[in-house]
Write a new protein. Structure first.
Length: 392
């Protein structure tokens, strides 16, 4: 009878655990649906990594690559190690001094999932400028690579945390927990377990410091439900904003995009709320841009005499970029610069080309009108001469 009793207890325990786990998942999902102050950034980040858990998500020039599952799992393991061996609970800003590699991305994700602010330091600066940045951000630890620091011998006023040293510190428990969280745990429950649901819309996401300038990145959720990514300078002034909505639409400089890519100068307002605006949708080959007289000033007509002759002297070439795409067709900036004379002789603005062709059409129209007038005059003279000297 003991084995029957043990079996029944095991089944009952499994059912209770399943019920309790289901309640936790339902609670987490309900909290996600309620929204509140939780930013959608982390939900999209975790869902994006989980969606590509078996497909490559990132890669770098060293040949390293990670799937979404590997990136999430390694970031979660690194988060546990940093909390246990290096970072203090009250340590909000953590420096990163790494080249653009998969390891740098994993470190950024690890710190973000730990609700800390990653401060990416510019490794092209001097030690003096880096220490100035470290002091401004109140950084106590800088995550870096031992191999990288051997090539870049900085003298920093912070304790260095070498990623290579943490490979041996990960225990089997760390790896198992990281794998369970990265591959199996429901996203809603994972967010609550990491405390991400407590992050407010106006919390700082990350800090980028270069020389003596500081740039803050914040994530928000607008009242319309848009996911908002805003950039501020060190005075607190908003520099620009990026907004995304369901369906994949993205805006820069405004809220509530109506097209796949919507750009506007209406900061803080809807993209269609006025101001200069440009947008483009998938399948389109050019932007649609606002061009009303009500948005412009200092209007001056453009006069380019003999523009047809100037355009005819500009050749069209097949070419390869020395360090870029091959087998292209186009104009040379130095040649086209002689047509309108404005802008750079190293770059070509597509609208300038269109306006040059528009002026050429106008000049061609004027020439055709002149020729038509001369032709009518000649026909009239011929008719008059024929009337004065009729054929016998």
């Amino acid at each position: 009878m003991n084995w029957r009793r043990s079996g029944l207890l095991a089944v009952a325990g499994a059912l209770i655990a399943r019920w309790y786990f289901g309640r936790l998942v339902a609670s987490a999902d309900a909290a996600d649906r309620r929204g509140g102050e939780t930013t959608p950034f982390f939900d999209r980040l975790l869902h994006g990594l989980r969606h590509r858990r078996r497909k490559n998500k990132i890669a770098d020039s060293t040949g390293a690559a990670m799937t979404g599952g590997e990136l999430l799992t390694r970031s979660l393991v690194l988060r546990r190690l940093l909390r246990r061996h290096a970072l203090q609970p009250d340590e909000q800003h953590v420096g990163l001094l790494l080249p653009p590699t998969c390891a740098a991305i994993a470190a950024n994700v690890a710190l973000t999932l730990d609700r800390r602010v990653a401060v990416n330091l510019n490794y092209t600066l001097t030690s003096e400028l880096l220490n100035s940045c470290i002091a401004q951000a109140g950084i106590r630890h800088v995550v870096t690579s031992r191999r990288f620091m051997e090539r870049m011998p900085f003298n920093l006023d912070a304790e260095l945390v070498y990623l290579e040293d943490y490979r041996e510190k990960a225990t089997p428990v760390d790896k198992v927990v990281g794998a369970l969280q990265g591959y199996l745990l429901p996203i809603g429950l994972l967010q609550r377990l990491l405390g991400l649901h407590r992050i407010k819309n106006d919390d700082v996401l990350t800090v980028v410091q270069s020389a003596d300038t500081t740039v803050l990145f914040r994530v928000f959720e607008t009242t319309s439900g848009d996911g908002l990514f805003s950039v501020f300078d060190n005075t607190g002034l908003e520099v620009t904003r990026f907004t995304s909505v369901s369906g994949g639409k993205l805006s820069i400089g405004c809220n509530s995009p109506e097209h796949d890519l919507d750009l506007s100068s209406n900061a803080g307002g809807a993209c269609n709320g006025g101001g200069s605006r440009s947008f483009i949708d998938a399948g389109s080959t050019s932007f649609t841009a606002s061009s009303s007289r009500t948005l412009k000033e200092n209007l001056m007509p453009v006069q380019v005499p003999n523009i047809l002759d100037k355009i005819s002297s500009v050749g069209v070439y097949n070419y390869d970029f020395i360090d870029g795409p091959k087998n292209k067709v186009g104009l040379m900036a130095e040649d086209f610069h002689t047509v309108l004379g404005n802008g750079s002789d190293k770059l070509i603005n597509g609208q300038d080309v269109e306006m040059a062709l528009w002026l050429a059409v106008q000049e061609l129209t004027a020439r055709n009108k002149e020729l038509a007038t001369r032709l009518a005059d000649l026909e009239a003279r011929l008719a008059t001469d024929h009337g004065s000297n009729p054929q016998p």
